[in-house]
Design a protein around this ligand. Structure first.
Ligand SMILES: COC(=O)C(/C=C/C1=C(C)CCCC1(C)C)=C/O[C@H]1C=C(C)C(=O)O1
Ligand SMILES: O=C(O)CCC(=O)C(=O)O
Ligand SMILES: [Fe+2]
Length: 378
């Protein structure tokens, strides 16, 4: 009997693999990747609904993302040094929502190996990568995520996304068998990044005057996922978006940009898209939606995006660290009072995750799920 075709409940149309496109037709940008004029990366949003064209995104050089030296927090340094770095961290969370961490404790050789193997994976023939397909409406495997309709514009990016923890969330069929040792290395890398996340949430809590275990005990058995993004060079980068603007649905996100990759990540700060220049061996951390909610909006999950480059491919490895699907969350009572009214309702994180992954990336829209709408006076 002929196999029964799997009919997907959603029709997303044909999705070109951008790595193949850039190899076989380097000068072609299919219409599905060409952004409407108001969504192109050369437009900076200054006020909602009002776009201003600037020639280079973020030509403002007084913007320097904070750098946190993790060894000042974790080693047995003087108490003064510890407090100084803790204050830096709290200020970075409050004013930026993004920072870079140096001396983070993740083994540099492991970072190099995972980068090398990820590059090798993306360079495999398409048939090999398609053994691990990200089916429409799902978020694990190789392909394009967050595509829900035929007329949706596509990102200039292919990705491999996998659940890491808890173990039962994994789909072992989607863990690549090639290159050799990729899966083991991914496992080892994820263990080290998890330790960093556990420590980060601990120091963020202390910096807020909370008990060090305040966040972790609230998160339960934290969910961890990895998304490895590959942005091939694009002959018309001004027409496409590497990764659509979004905030992360996690508590924290850890981003490793591969050595030799061009600048690509941009964050929306004070209404302007500014490029992130990563230091060698540093990891870029950002506060996700969960911490914005717990801190009742005082720490922001900052909107960011990735742009393509005309000449060079770019690779980034992104770890999402989030609460267990079981937990109920809302602003912590410590951060709600008469002057700081409660901005978010309580919700179940599993439901938030479901909401996040069943909608296309659209700036900070996902958090509307939990926002308490305030009525205008008029
Ligand atoms: C393509 O995937 C994502 O961008 C993404 C997905 C993460 C996830 C998996 C790949 C499998 C396990 C579930 C999970 C949703 C964590 C983004 O992650 C954000 C979105 C939410 C919600 C989150 O917690 O992190
Ligand atoms: O590639 C990047 O720099 C950004 C990736 C990102 O924001 C994400 O995967 O959520
Ligand atoms: Fe992101």
């Amino acid at each position: 009997m002929a196999p029964i075709p799997i009919i997907s409940p959603i029709n997303v149309g044909h999705i070109d693999d951008v790595i193949e496109l850039s190899k076989t037709k380097p000068d072609t940008i299919p219409q599905r990747f060409v952004r409407d004029i108001t969504e192109r990366p050369t437009i900076a949003t200054l006020t909602p609904n009002k776009a201003h064209i600037i020639t280079t995104p973020a030509n403002n050089h007084h913007h320097h993302m904070p750098i946190i030296d993790f060894s000042n927090l974790s080693k047995h340094n003087t108490h003064e040094l510890f407090l100084h770095e803790l204050l830096n961290l709290a200020t970075a969370c409050k004013n930026w929502g993004f920072f870079q961490v140096v001396n983070h404790g993740v083994d540099l050789n492991l970072m190099e190996s995972i980068e090398k193997m990820s590059n090798e994976f993306f360079m495999l023939p398409l048939e090999e990568k398609q053994k691990y397909p990200m089916l429409p409406g799902t978020i694990q495997g190789y392909g394009q995520a967050f595509v829900f309709s035929e007329d949706q514009k596509l990102d200039w990016c292919n990705m491999l996304a996998l659940a890491i923890e808890p173990q039962h969330a994994r789909n072992p069929n989607l863990w690549p068998k090639k290159p050799e040792k990729f899966s083991e290395t991914l496992e080892e890398y994820s263990r080290e990044v998890r330790k960093l996340c556990e420590n980060l949430v601990k120091y963020i809590a202390i910096g807020l005057g909370l008990k060090e275990e305040a966040f972790d005990s609230m998160f339960g058995e934290a969910v961890q996922a990895i998304r490895i993004n590959y942005y091939p060079a694009c002959s018309r980068p001004e027409l496409v978006m590497g990764l659509s603007p979004h905030s992360d649905g996690s508590a924290l996100t850890v981003l490793q940009q591969a050595k030799g990759s061009p600048v690509g990540l941009q964050i929306l700060k004070d209404g302007i898209w500014i490029p992130v220049h990563t230091l060698p061996n540093a990891l870029v951390i950002n506060i996700g939606d969960t911490i914005e909610v717990l801190k009742n909006g005082k720490y922001k999950s900052v909107e960011h995006r990735a742009v393509a480059n005309e000449n060079k491919d770019r690779l980034s490895l992104v770890t999402f660290y989030a609460p267990s699907y079981e937990v109920e969350l809302g602003p912590m009572p410590e951060f709600v009072d008469a002057n700081h009214p409660c901005k978010f309702r309580r919700y179940n994180h599993g439901e938030y995750s479901k909401h996040y992954i069943t909608h296309r990336l659209q700036g900070k829209k996902a958090l509307d799920f939990a926002k308490i709408q305030t009525r205008n006076a008029f």
